[in-house]
Design a protein around this ligand. Structure first.
Ligand code: NAD
Ligand code: DAU
Length: 339
């Protein structure tokens, strides 16, 4: 039995990051009955511009840290749900310096769960398919909700830890929670440290794209708007205490995606550099979203990856002022790592 929940006043943590801000836009555009409070610390990955121009009577911004329990006591009362996106999200950064990942992803989730417990509201936890580790390239298997946890990187291990906290708090304290684990997102507002925007903006700034290793690693791409509609579906109709995997059957290897970008931007297919591989690099992610599709009736809208990628390239071409201020610093960090 699915449950129906009509949130009127939600907190979206990390609502100035890539996926969180796309979710805020999605709620504003599709659910006029719901007010959003964005709680975001504006780390290097957060940008207030991502939610600029949204109506003030629909979206309120609170600048703050999810680890700040006093702040949570001030803002949580009056809300009926927390949708928790805030995280340190980049694998390469977690390999260079894991500490902020422990703090934000583990302690931050703990603080939010405790606030959820104090005020008896709903909690939806945004997580990743990386908690399941990786699959072999020649294995037809895909991740399901019952795949054992086997994270590989400091980032994914902190996300796995946060999922386990949610499950323990749900069972022990009777919290009303749901969890979703999604595959790789693409679309507007993604930081230029991530694979697709890094290659697009490299080409736009005259830098050769950088492919880790041979580029045979497979990611299961989903448009971020489809992630948003799936999260809304789980939040409003998902069963309490359940986990739902989110994916849109978008498996492609990195070399294929890079060659698509090069082709769409009028470059030669070999106009890129192979660089040092990521230590412990997960080979393949693949999501089986049968539970979400059959139990809750969710369907992705962006099923044509080529057209979604083209729109994403256009967005970075049209929004240079959004990414140019952080591009040189991001590339300098990669260069220092040999990537
Ligand atoms: P992002 O790095 O683009 O954004 C993270 C946001 O969280 C930023 O706005 C940042 O300022 C904020 N933040 C960081 N630490 C904070 C703190 N201590 N207090 C308050 N705010 C803080 O991340 P993203 O790619 O949008 O990912 C969002 C969520 O989705 C994460 O939980 C991530 O694990 C999950 N996820 C991401 C993907 C993907 O493909 N990017 C896929 C599946 C799941
Ligand atoms: O699967 C969901 C995860 O997807 C999320 O949990 C993470 O928050 C998100 O960052 C993403 O993780 P990945 O490590 O898969 O994404 P990234 O964009 O860093 O890399 C995608 C693939 O591209 C990966 O195989 C590494 C490769 N890569 C990455 C960069 C930045 C390159 O070949 N070259 C690059 O320059």
């Amino acid at each position: 039995m699915t449950s129906d929940f009509s949130p009127k006043n939600i907190i979206v943590t990390g609502g100035c990051g890539f996926i969180g801000s796309n979710f805020v836009h999605y709620v504003v555009d599709n659910h006029p009955e719901t007010h959003v409070t964005v709680l975001d610390a504006l780390t290097y990955a957060g940008n207030i511009e991502n939610i600029a121009g949204l109506p003030e009577d629909r979206v309120e911004f609170v600048h703050g840290d999810i680890c700040d329990a006093d702040l949570l006591d001030r803002i949580v009362p009056g809300h009926d749900a927390i949708v928790h996106y805030a995280a340190e999200s980049h694998n390469d950064n977690s390999i260079a310096d894991p500490e902020p990942f422990l703090r934000t992803n583990v302690e931050g989730t703990y603080r939010l769960l405790e606030a959820t417990r104090r005020y008896g509201i709903r909690y939806h936890h945004i997580s990743t398919d990386e908690v399941y580790g990786d699959l072999a390239l020649d294995d037809p298997a895909r991740f399901t909700e019952s795949t054992p946890y086997r994270p590989s990187s400091p980032y994914s291990s902190t996300k796995a830890a946060s999922d386990l906290l949610v499950r323990a708090w749900t069972r022990t304290y009777g919290l009303r929670t749901t969890i979703s684990n999604c595959s790789n997102n693409y679309g507007p507002y993604q930081h230029v440290e991530k694979f697709i925007p890094r290659q697009i903006t490299n080409i736009l700034t005259g830098v050769r794209p950088k492919l880790y290793g041979e580029g045979l690693n497979v990611r299961d791409w989903i448009h971020t708007e489809d992630h948003s509609s799936a999260v809304w579906t789980v939040l409003t109709r998902g069963r309490i205490g359940e986990t739902y995997l989110i994916g849109a059957d978008g498996e492609r290897n990195n070399l294929t995606v890079l060659r698509m970008i090069l082709g769409m931007m009028g470059r030669d297919p070999d106009d890129f550099d192979h660089v040092r591989d990521r230590p412990g690099h997960d080979r393949r992610y693949a999501i089986d979203a049968t539970k979400l599709r059959t139990e809750l009736g969710w369907m992705p809208a962006h099923t044509d990856f080529e057209s979604g990628l083209r729109q994403t390239i256009d967005w970075y071409m049209e929004n240079r002022a959004w990414w140019e201020p952080v591009k040189a610093k991001t590339e300098a960090r990669y260069k220092a790592q040999g990537q």
